[in-house]
Design a protein around this ligand. Structure first.
Ligand code: ADP
Ligand code: ZN
Ligand code: ZN
Length: 662
């Protein structure tokens, strides 16, 4: 009797064997199959068909129906999943099944509808003449010479998207498909429309987590069937099988949303490079502020660097950046007079301004001046944020909330105060200051879904706001033609943060938010308030010098032995008591594989920066090596040994490779 070796979505590093029908053969590999599991039934994927399994045949259960509504998943799909499983220490079954749309994993009958056919032909759009740098970039990406990685480095508005579209055109012309990955928040219908409008005869499908299940399945099927020409997706789209793949583009490649932060913790940007190599096609990584890892790869010659140094639209010059030293200026509700004056002038000119403050809520904490009480989350090592609009105190980490107490819960003092400021408070104050101005606040409280985000973008485009108050949501890749002034508050916190990646993120964020100003004919200005005006980050920012900033950061990292000059993985454990988490991590340090691997250094277990989240205390242990292969050789042995450790019942642990946060 043949045996199906089946991948199931379970946190176990093994396949599951089932008796297969007599007629089963290697053609069944890659098909889905229903199998009995526990008291129920599950859908798995046939990874292998063997003459015998790991268990005696009489102990095996019979597999259920083999699902043939889809052709078998192809071998390059498994090659990518298998790489991800090995590299990220995630069970193959989890990787394979998380890559499939939900409808294909259920035992219910599959949902089948085809994608809308291409539209009838339209007159072609008038395309701009490429700048010399754009033309050079397009020419540098040779589409028929196999695998290559290109970093397209260009300031906002330098015409990176135009370069992608020209490359897409060339790839489609030879009958291949394109995978275009963008960060979560950037995938809006506007972007989809821009791509569709450019290729009206082609089938463009979107894949992202907020698509309705049926739509996602439909689009995924079209991609897999080869009937979709362009797949526009967020990180999860990296796994989509594409029979005619000819090019991968990752826009805003530095964006943290390409890294999955739970379940299988993978980097879609890094997998894009792996996938391109496996498929023998080029990959283009685009950004104004590349990840330092990517920049180092380009500087080391592993990636080819293509530079767009100016804005494509000749009239749109880069905004002027002014660093405002707040140590010498009186502040009104956190805003210095020169910034207020600039907002006022902007209003008078009938243009839009944006005040950027990366902190939502009214105030980050409510405090009692009499006894020192502050609003803390009872479940997390964090403060409860004051939300005055609906009179709640809310934890931004675990979601816990309560109403605002009428008096100090400790001493009864009725005079308790908000401390510090968030976007709501800023909005309220600006409204008082500029009563005639239409103010729009854009943060995760005012924009909770993709739909609301799209509606908000429409309003901003439609000129329905004079002043925008927003968090980093507003910083990302959107073109607001009337926006000419950007004021930045609260940037200093990241300058000297314990997180050594904070300056990289701050620089990227400030470049992005600055890039919002003056994208059309109107000239832009950016005003950044700081108490550290002499900081080199601001000096580099003021002259739009990413390369200089990157060089100094990389030098610091090299001296400190941080990535990309070292390779890291982190083992995290969480339990009701920190002592249990730390004891588990200590036991992991003492395991035999650790001693056997001289090239991997394990640090002492420590509490995580946010030590308590939703009633669980969290510890972590950093494993580091100067050699990626050494770390990769160590991790599977170590993981297996950790799986054998005894742990308290409520302890959970996971490994993350190439962690971004600690
Ligand atoms: P990026 O993706 O780098 O932010 P875009 O490709 O969106 O830049 O281009 C910014 C703006 O410049 C867009 O309005 C685009 O239509 C325009 N643009 C791009 N390339 C050219 C060009 N070669 N000539 C004139 N305008 C251009
Ligand atoms: Zn008190
Ligand atoms: Zn909390």
């Amino acid at each position: 009797m043949p045996v199906f070796r089946v991948a199931l979505d379970l946190p176990l590093h093994r396949l599951f064997d089932y008796l297969a029908p007599e007629t089963a053969g290697r053609d069944d590999i890659g098909l889905r199959v229903r199998v009995p599991f526990g008291r129920g039934e599950r859908v798995g994927v046939i990874i292998d068909v063997a003459a015998s399994g790991a268990w005696p045949l009489e102990q095996l259960k019979a597999a259920g129906e083999v699902l043939r509504d889809l052709p078998p998943l192809p071998s390059d799909f498994f090659a990518l999943c298998s790489f991800a499983s090995t590299y990220y220490q995630a069970p193959l079954g989890e990787v394979v099944l998380q890559a499939l749309p939900a409808g294909l994993k259920r035992c219910a009958p599959p949902n089948r509808r085809s994608v809308r056919p291409p539209l009838p032909s339209e007159p072609p759009l008038a395309l701009p003449d490429l700048t010399a740098e754009q033309a050079a970039a397009v020419a540098a990406v040779t589409l028929d010479a196999g695998f290559s990685v290109h970093l397209l480095h260009g300031v906002t508005g330098s015409g990176k998207t135009e370069v992608y579209l020209r490359l897409v055109e060339c790839v489609l012309a030879v009958g291949r498909q394109v995978l275009l990955l963008v960060p979560e928040i950037n995938l809006t219908p506007q972007l989809e429309e821009r791509v569709r409008a450019r290729f009206p005869q082609r089938t463009v499908v979107a894949l992202h987590s907020e698509l309705a299940e049926a739509a996602r399945e439909r689009n995924w099927r079209a991609a897999f069937a080869g009937s979709a020409d362009i797949v526009l997706g967020t990180r999860l789209a990296i796994f989509t099988p594409l029979p005619r793949l000819g090019l991968i583009v990752v826009d805003e490649e530095h964006d943290p949303s390409f890294k999955q932060q739970d379940g299988m913790r993978y980097s879609a940007r890094d997998l894009a490079v792996v996938r391109a190599r496996q498929a023998g096609v080029p990959v283009v990584l685009g950004s104004a502020t590349p990840a330092l890892e990517t920049w180092a790869n380009a500087s080391g010659g592993r990636y080819r660097r293509l530079t767009l140094s100016e804005r494509a639209n000749r009239q749109a010059t880069l905004p002027q950046i002014r660093i405002l030293d707040t140590r010498r200026l009186p502040l009104h509700e956190g805003i210095a007079a020169p910034l207020l004056a600039a907002i006022d002038e902007c209003l008078a000119r009938g243009e839009q301004s944006l005040v950027f403050l990366n902190r939502r809520g009214y105030a980050p904490v409510l405090a009692c001046p009499a006894c020192g009480w502050v609003s803390r989350c009872r479940r997390c090592a964090a403060n409860l944020v004051l939300h005055l609009a609906d009179r709640r105190l809310r934890c931004h980490h675990c979601g816990f909330e309560q109403r605002i107490p009428p008096a100090c819960p400790t001493c009864g003092n009725q005079d308790i105060h908000p401390f510090g400021r968030g976007t709501q408070r800023l909005e309220e104050w600006l409204q008082g200051k500029f009563p005639a101005a239409r103010i729009l606040r854009v943060d995760r409280d005012s924009v909770k879904s993709r739909k609301q985000w799209e509606a908000m973008l429409e309003r901003i485009h439609g000129g329905e706001a004079d002043i925008l108050v927003g968090t980093q949501m507003l910083a990302k890749g959107h073109d607001f033609p009337k926006l000419t002034l950007v004021g930045v508050l609260g940037a200093d916190a990241a300058l000297y943060a314990a997180d050594w990646r904070a300056p990289e993120r701050l620089f990227a964020q400030l470049m992005q938010v600055a890039g919002r100003a003056g994208r059309a004919e109107l000239k832009g200005e950016v005003v950044i308030q700081t108490q550290y005006p002499e900081h080199p980050l601001f000096a580099a920012l003021a002259v739009h010098d990413y390369a200089g900033f990157a060089a100094s950061q990389l030098q610091e990292r090299e001296q400190a032995g941080f990535p990309p000059y070292a390779f890291q993985a982190v083992l995290r454990a969480e339990a009701p008591q920190m002592a249990d988490a730390i004891a588990f991590l200590k036991a992991a340090v003492a395991l035999p594989p650790v001693a056997a691997h001289g090239e991997v250094l394990l640090y002492d277990p420590v509490p995580m920066r946010m030590a308590r989240l939703a009633n669980l205390e969290r510890g972590q242990l950093l494993a580091e090596s100067l050699s990626r292969p050494a770390l990769q050789a160590f991790l599977p042995q170590w993981r297996e040994a950790i799986e054998g450790l005894k742990a308290p019942a409520r302890l959970r642990w996971h490994l993350e490779v190439d962690p971004l946060e600690f």
